[in-house]
Design a protein. Structure first.
Length: 694
């Protein structure tokens, strides 16, 4: 793929491959679908400030002034609101120098002290010019730990003289945490005191409003506790601010995908909705800025990207339905010069890369920015209370409806969409971003569009999104007065048993372009001889009002040996499903909690190292013969390779017509990646060639 940074995801060859400890943590719903019943009367303008970010470039070699950062914002992340100077670091920001304050509180952090001594700057001039170029607004995080009223007034006047369009001023950052409480505390350094914070920020608010009464003021709260007398509960009794600041992080603290970390990611939507509900119990309808949100120490898995998308969907609900979330900034635009979850972009050399999180976030801009959003919430089966397995949100365009879908289920899901009971065009496009959740952190790309796979399909065949995926479905609105081509419904390839009864029209119908039944006009061209095994082609043709539609169907007549389907990796098998494997044996998929493993190639029945963890061997199938030696009989023939065999160094086997000599005894006996000639790591265990004697 052009411009892709390759991620090293394969297991180490000096270790025995291990099964992933992650298993989907909930029972998979029987109804694996999501429904959106849309009304053109129920739409609101999308709040563009929900697509902001937190950035300060403290750990990067770039800043707001650099072309690579500015170009990425303009091209992929066109924010309408930008925060400055950032989170924790902003508590030590000196607006006079655009660097850090020279005092002990700054130097509590060695990295801040090092930056101060090196003369590092936050890059305000670049930020200010970029805000103007983007026609955006500014959210300024004021340093309440150091600045008194006079310093605050001077800072504000300077920014206004720069003609900076300030929308919000945040009164400090997370000052309820000991590490950020230094300065205004009656309890001494590093001891947060909410009453001192209130007293100080009230005086700052009065000064700000005398200079610029239209600027909105936000105070920071601790959403981890609303107990009586707590920081947040005490602040809730005050009225001097216009909004609060809440940082919504999903705390994982585990870079490995395990059952525990995976469940935390799956629960991200529910956790965020819970945080907003708890906030409203104490603060009511007071607006809240989610100026930082993300997943802390996210596992290196595509499941983390889905969690980021889920959090955004929950925040969008907090804006549309709860009416409180007014701004949201993902953490963060540019974390450091590497491909990681807590960054939308990074650079190597002169090349800019968009991370998997950035690929998702760029698509959110494409779908939602400046759009009208349907207020309808999607309906899907819940994995747990308030935790739908699939979440979808739609936007209303002039000629199209776009639907953003997050499917965190381990299976594909159907998507049902209606608009005012009016027809949407049968043909639609779907852009999908999906990766194997067990294959490590996905690659970064130079162009986020490279990561999305676009296909065209038909609603009459069902709208479906893959397992563990993000999808954008684009449907065209139809002119109900126009003549439309007829539609054939239910045509699909099928397999039938030899000598069985077959009706080519069973389950198949035809409709005009507006959904009216015209099955009587449907013709079938071709025939199926159920007494002779083979593949037969049928053409289904319907004509209506001068327009013709046609579909092709392949019908396979199978002999008795086809009683069990062949195993195909990636197929969603259910507990109890039986398959025919390459060794002629029939295998049955084991029950939960290992059922989902049956779909993985690492557990391929009879031919992988760990097949017995997922399958039960039911023995040789009727009419099947054990695998035979493909080598000619007689002198020089070698024993056929057995995936369950135990091999010593020097052993020679035959596999698919070629001979192989074992070099590393332990690996030769593992199967899977080490199957001679076909496994991706076979050359680490075997050497091609070798002779046998009888």
């Amino acid at each position: 793929m052009k411009g892709v940074l390759v991620c090293a995801c394969r297991p180490s060859l000096n270790q025995r491959p291990e099964a992933s400890p992650y298993v989907f943590p909930y029972p998979v719903p029987e109804d694996m679908s999501v429904t959106l019943t849309l009304s053109s009367e129920a739409v609101v303008a999308f709040e563009n400030d929900l697509l902001s970010s937190n950035s300060h470039f403290s750990w990067a070699d770039y800043s707001w002034s650099d072309a690579v950062v500015r170009d990425a914002i303009k091209t992929h992340f066109p924010m309408t609101n930008m925060r400055f100077p950032g989170g924790t670091v902003g508590n030590y920001y000196d607006h006079r120098t655009d660097g850090y304050h020279d005092d002990p509180s700054t130097f509590q952090s060695p990295s801040r002290e090092k930056a101060f001594l090196a003369g590092w700057r936050f890059g305000y001039p670049g930020y200010q010019s970029l805000v103007k170029e983007q026609n955006a607004t500014a959210t300024l995080m004021f340093n309440v730990m150091h600045d008194d009223v006079t310093a605050t007034e001077n800072r504000l006047k300077k920014r206004l003289n720069d003609q900076l369009p300030i929308k919000w001023i945040e009164l400090g950052n997370e000052n309820y945490f000991p590490a950020q409480a230094y300065g205004y505390s009656s309890n001494g350094p590093n001891n947060p005191d909410v009453n001192q914070y209130i007293k100080h920020t009230q005086s700052l608010t009065q000064a700000i409003r005398k200079i610029a009464p239209d600027i909105k003021i936000a105070a920071n709260i601790n959403h981890l506790s609303y107990d009586v007398g707590s920081w947040s509960e005490t602040l809730s009794r005050e009225t001097y601010y216009d909004a609060t600041i809440m940082h919504n992080y999903i705390s994982v603290w585990n870079s490995d995908l395990t059952l525990s970390s995976g469940k935390t990611l799956i629960d991200a939507y529910k956790k965020t909705r819970h945080n907003i509900a708890e906030y409203r119990e104490t603060f009511g309808n007071t607006p809240v800025l989610i100026s930082e949100w993300g997943v802390q120490e996210a596992p290196e898995s595509f499941l983390s990207v889905l969690a980021y998308a889920d959090v955004f969907m929950a925040l969008l609900e907090g804006n549309i339905h709860d009416g409180v979330v007014q701004q949201a900034g993902i953490h963060m635009l540019y974390h450091s010069d590497s491909n990681q979850a807590q960054s939308l972009m990074y650079t190597q050399g002169k090349q800019t890369y968009i991370t998997p999180t950035g690929i998702m976030y760029a698509k959110l801009f494409e779908v939602f920015k400046d759009a009208d959003v349907f207020t309808t919430s999607s309906v899907a089966a819940e994995l747990a209370p308030n935790l739908p397995g699939v979440i979808a949100k739609a936007v209303n365009g002039k000629d199209t409806v776009k639907v953003f879908v997050v499917n965190k289920l381990p299976v594909e899901s159907a998507v049902n969409i209606t608009l005012d009971d009016l027809p949407l065009a049968d043909e639609y496009t779907i852009d999908t971003y999906s990766q194997d959740i067990h294959s490590g952190w996905p690659t970064a790309v130079t162009d986020p569009d490279q990561a999305w796979q676009r296909t065209t399909a038909h609603q009459t065949d069902g709208v479906r999104v893959p397992a563990y995926s993000l999808s954008v479905i684009t449907l065209q609105k139809e002119d109900t007065d126009a003549v439309k081509a007829p539609v054939i419904v239910g045509v699909a390839d099928s397999e039938i048993a030899l000598n069985s009864v077959f009706d080519p029209l069973a389950g198949i119908s035809a409709q005009d372009g507006h959904g009216q039944d015209i099955t009587e006009k449907l013709r079938v061209v071709g025939d199926v001889n159920t007494q002779v095994a083979g593949r037969y082609t049928l053409r289904y043709v319907v004509e209506n009002k001068g327009l013709t539609s046609e579909k092709v169907r392949i019908v396979t007549v199978k002999a008795a040996s086809g009683e069990y389907p062949l195993y195909v990796a990636g197929t969603l098998y259910q507990a109890g499903d039986k398959v025919l494997a390459s060794d002629g044996h029939v295998y049955q998929c084991k029950p939960w909690p290992v059922t989902s493993w049956c779909a993985l190639s690492q557990y391929a029945p009879g031919s992988s190292a760990y097949w017995s963890d997922a399958w039960d061997d039911l023995g040789l199938a009727d009419g099947q013969e054990p695998p035979v030696n493909p080598d000619p009989p007689g002198e020089g023939a070698c024993p056929v390779y057995d995936v369950n065999g135990n091999y010593a160094a020097g052993d020679v086997v035959s596999h698919q017509g070629d001979n192989y000599t074992c070099n590393v005894a332990g690996w030769c006996s593992l199967g899977g990646a080490y199957i001679p000639g076909t496994g991706w790591a076979w050359e680490h265990a075997w050497q091609a060639g070798g002779a046998c004697s009888r």
